[in-house]
Design a protein around this ligand. Structure first.
Ligand SMILES: Cc1ncc(C[n+]2csc(CCOP(=O)(O)OP(=O)(O)O)c2C)c(N)n1
Ligand code: SF4
Ligand SMILES: [Mg+2]
Length: 340
């Protein structure tokens, strides 16, 4: 019989395709003994990318650490929807820090473990983009500088969702939030502000920095697994669409995460000690329109008074990422292929 290679789509889903793979290659979520660390009973919105991302990350980190893991969680949606007092949806030792200090609390946990000689127990810090790139940033930078043995994960939904969708330093240009209204000549969030924390993390030359999305489960799990094999400060920045804040359909969460990557707006890459070591190439390039039109936060760009000039500026941001991170393979670059 002629051998049939397993196609990507047969292994991309954890429901069916993983059964075609040898056990060691199956995703964590496909394993019957997965930890189910974020279990039923939480109150996240339907289609919440953050709940999905956290589930992938924490289960993968638990497996990689032999279930010897302590999580520290900044204030934000993930903390609020998972732990309405006196209940918890977490199936691991889990601590709620303040909004601003999750990296510092994680550092303290790691230091306490070190003092006790407990090298077997690992530490995971996690928070939203507001808690990470804005209010918790000083603590995060300190954690990087000291090279504390913590994997810190930022679940980036591009605004302060828990308190009603206010702009953060990770909110993209032109997006409407409660504090960046779609009014005036430059509606929504302004261009040229905010910050790119994966690049800032790289500048600290820590052992590992990576970005990922909830659209690529295997990539996300592999990055967590690799990060857990290293010691010192590690940073993972995961794009997690938020139907409530983005004004998108709950059914479009994975699609939006994929379009963010395939348009070039969200570059997916890995870096070690300040040097980029891997880039997830765009498989099928799409114009930014495909991504923007699915979201109410960009509706002002396509309404009664459309703003093609603003869309063109956003396309410029995507093009710059594509150039800067080398997101196209050579063939696609030569043909200039973009699906219209
Ligand atoms: C010092 C302080 N300021 C403000 C708040 C109120 N607060 C709680 S969660 C939150 C927003 C969280 O945003 P983000 O970190 O992006 O997480 P998300 O809810 O979007 O997942 C704010 C402003 C707080 N708890 N503590
Ligand atoms: S507001 Fe957004 S981040 Fe918060 S639970 Fe709902 S979908 Fe998730
Ligand atoms: Mg947020």
């Amino acid at each position: 019989m002629v051998a049939q290679p397993i196609k990507f789509y047969q292994t991309g889903s954890f429901a069916v395709g993983n059964r075609l793979l040898p056990p060691e290659q199956r995703s964590v979520q496909a394993a019957p003994d997965r930890a189910n660390a974020l279990t039923c009973g939480h109150r996240a919105c339907q289609g919440c990318g953050e709940a999905l991302g956290a589930r992938y990350v924490v289960d993968a980190a638990l497996r990689a650490s032999g279930r010897q893991l302590i999580a520290v969680n900044a204030t934000g949606c993930l903390e609020v929807f998972s732990t309405p007092y006196p209940e918890t949806a977490w199936q691991l030792p889990w601590m709620h820090s303040l909004f601003a200090n999750a990296p510092a609390v994680a550092t303290g946990v790691a230091a306490a473990l070190r003092a006790q000689g407990r090298t077997d127990v690992r530490v995971l810090g996690q928070g939203g983009d507001g808690g990470t790139v804005d209010i918790g940033f000083a603590c995060l930078s300190g954690m990087f500088e000291r090279n504390d043995d913590v994997l810190y994960v930022c679940y980036d939904n591009e605004a302060y969702m828990n308190t009603g969708v206010q702009r953060s330093g990770a909110t993209p240009p032109a997006a409407r939030t409660a504090t960046t209204q779609a009014v005036g000549p430059e509606p929504g969030n302004v261009f040229g502000q905010g910050k790119n924390v994966p690049l800032i993390a790289m500048a600290h030359e820590i052992p590992y920095v990576a970005t990922a999305t909830v659209a690529e489960l295997r990539d996300l799990e592999a990055k967590v697994e690799y990060a857990m094999s290293l010691q010192g400060a590690r940073y993972l920045h995961v794009l997690v669409p938020c139907p409530l804040g983005w004004g998108s359909s709950s059914a479009d969460t994975i699609r939006l995460a994929r379009l963010a990557k395939e348009s070039g707006l969200f570059p997916v890459f890995e870096a070690e000690r300040g040097v980029i070591t891997g880039v997830s190439k765009i498989r099928r390039r799409v114009p930014v329109d495909d991504y923007l039109r699915l979201q109410g936060r960009y509706a002002h760009l396509f309404g009664a008074e459309p703003r093609p000039d603003v869309v063109a500026r956003l396309q410029g941001c995507a093009d710059r990422n594509i150039q800067r991170f080398g997101l196209l393979d050579d063939e696609m670059e030569e043909s200039g292929e973009v699906r219209q």
